[in-house]
Design a protein around this ligand. Structure first.
Ligand code: F0G
Length: 481
């Protein structure tokens, strides 16, 4: 963020922005928090925001916008067809990705819907560095399969590997030999979400792209979390230290055939889009945009958000803008580790990720360790995190639970939203919870939806543990909220 030295040697990131609009927060008493989470079926997605103190559920659609973005929204050209705003957005896309053809869509999963409909059929196999929930759901709904081939370190929660989002090139070569005709595209995800916001290196995507070229199969980049990945390449990949963020972005894009993104993350606005230099791909995907999204010059988005996207994409090329998230996450992770709290290392982008398998190893796997920990964190702090583990999986063909490779609680760091004192509060409450971890118990299904069940499934505690946790909190924190 900034190279500022602190006189006593302490190290912490200093914000390179100031707050000009604020939203008031509430911290309701612990008794009310306990009632709120039980009423929400022990699912943090079902909490009402008025009951949440620090909303670390996600960075999606909740990043702070810049003054430049907000002011641009007033200039939006509101017309069904041919809006000037669309052309501004298209220009930003061309400038940063150097791709000629752009299709707007209302959010990231809408792009996945379009890409999957065009490329995936029954029996298709899509290799990727790791799946994302909505990506997988779109592919499997069309009876295709996801083949995850990250490097082995991706699964190692305590690793020092700087690019755990890399794809295993050898496994990709093997996949091409084994499934040659069934691979419609290969997908790389920037800032790999479900393994803790971990980046791929530029040299890795170059290698993966050359394998795709040899096999004449397109490489699709999910650039939703690109800003964090760009920061990590600049910081961690020696070869590209002297490249600007824009140069790195263009170099990545050059090694892809299709780029899509959720603008709820990339560009700190709300929307999405797909771009490519391949006219034939463009024309085939274009057929679906008016059908599912809206006319080609708005694609289901508000033009105001599109203005903000156009500016936000350019803002993303500024290192002092994109460094805030990863540097706050690194600070929070380092402090928690000092206190013994198990976290995913190295710290990635998107959020601080707690390792629930070690945090609450006493809870049975089928009683959802990460989801139970997310419940406990909300009760003791009012902080809303998100389960990224077994509950976020889908059951297998035989209806059995699939135990996730990782059992994480993600405490997302929406960009430029939280202050350092709020992060210190989070570190304190999570550390206290870790010291009292044996009081946390499991949860079990009450109502289980069939797909993307983590969004609105309802669960309940297996016993009276939430009350015991509340009692210990009252004893230790007395009249504190
Ligand atoms: N790809 C990645 C890597 C994502 O993280 C997301 C969303 C999507 C695609 C879908 O985009 O939400 O705009 O439809 N991730 C959000 C999250 C939901 O909280 O991590 P969307």
């Amino acid at each position: 963020m900034s190279k500022i030295r602190i006189s006593n040697g302490e190290q912490f990131p200093v914000e390179m922005h100031k707050v000009r609009i604020v939203q008031k927060l509430n911290l309701i008493p612990i008794e009310k928090r306990l009632k709120a989470i039980i009423d929400a079926g022990c699912n943090t997605f079902l909490l009402r925001n008025r009951d949440v103190f620090l909303d670390m559920l996600t960075d999606s659609g909740v990043n702070a916008m810049s003054d430049r973005q907000l002011s641009s929204m007033l200039l939006a050209d509101d017309s069904y067809a041919g809006s000037e705003t669309f052309y501004k957005l298209e220009d930003s896309i061309k400038y940063i990705f150097e791709k000629t053809f752009f299709l707007p869509a209302h959010q990231g999963r809408a792009c996945e819907h379009i890409i999957s409909k065009v490329f995936v059929k029954k029996g298709s196999i899509v290799p990727m560095n790791y799946h994302f929930t909505t990506t997988k759901a779109h592919i499997t709904t069309l009876l295709g399969k996801v083949l995850e081939i990250p490097i082995p370190e991706a699964y190692d929660i305590n690793s020092s590997h700087l690019f755990k989002g890399n794809m295993d090139a050898k496994k990709l070569r093997e996949a091409f030999i084994e499934h040659k005709d069934n691979i419609p595209f290969v997908r790389m995800e920037a800032g790999t979400n479900l393994i803790g916001g971990q980046p791929f290196s530029l040299s890795n995507i170059k290698e993966i792209y050359s394998i795709c070229r040899e096999n004449n199969v397109p490489l699709v980049l999910d650039a939703s979390l690109l800003s964090d990945n760009l920061y990590f390449i600049k910081k961690r990949e020696k070869e590209y230290q002297n490249f600007s963020i824009l140069d790195i972005t263009r170099e990545i894009s050059k090694n892809t055939d299709i780029v899509y993104f959720s603008a709820r993350k990339l560009s700190s606005a709300r929307g999405g889009g797909i771009c490519t230099n391949n006219e034939s791909f463009y024309k085939t995907m274009r057929e679906l945009v008016p059908l599912y999204e809206g006319f080609l010059t708005y694609g289901g988005m508000s033009v105001r958000e599109m203005e903000a996207m156009a500016v936000g994409l350019i803002d993303t090329m500024d290192e002092t803008v994109i460094s805030q998230g990863p540097e706050f996450i690194e600070y929070m992770t380092a402090e928690l580790l000092k206190n013994g709290v198990p976290c995913v290392t190295p710290a990635g982008g998107l959020g601080c990720h707690l390792d629930a398998n070690r945090f609450v190893s006493h809870i049975k796997e089928l009683e959802f360790r990460a989801a139970s920990l997310a419940v406990a964190i909300y009760i003791v702090s009012g902080i809303r995190g998100m389960e990224r583990g077994t509950l976020s999986e889908q059951r297998d063909e035989n209806g059995n639970e699939v135990i996730s490779d990782m059992e994480l609680v993600r405490l997302a760091m929406p960009r430029r939203v939280f202050t350092m004192s709020q992060i210190k509060y989070a570190i304190d409450r999570i550390t206290w919870l870790y010291e009292n971890k044996e009081l946390i118990g499991g949860i079990k299904w009450d109502e289980e939806p069939k797909t993307l069940r983590f969004f609105y499934g309802r669960l309940k505690p297996v016993n009276d543990w939430p009350n015991r946790l509340l009692e210990k909190f009252k004893k230790d924190f007395k009249d504190s909220l």
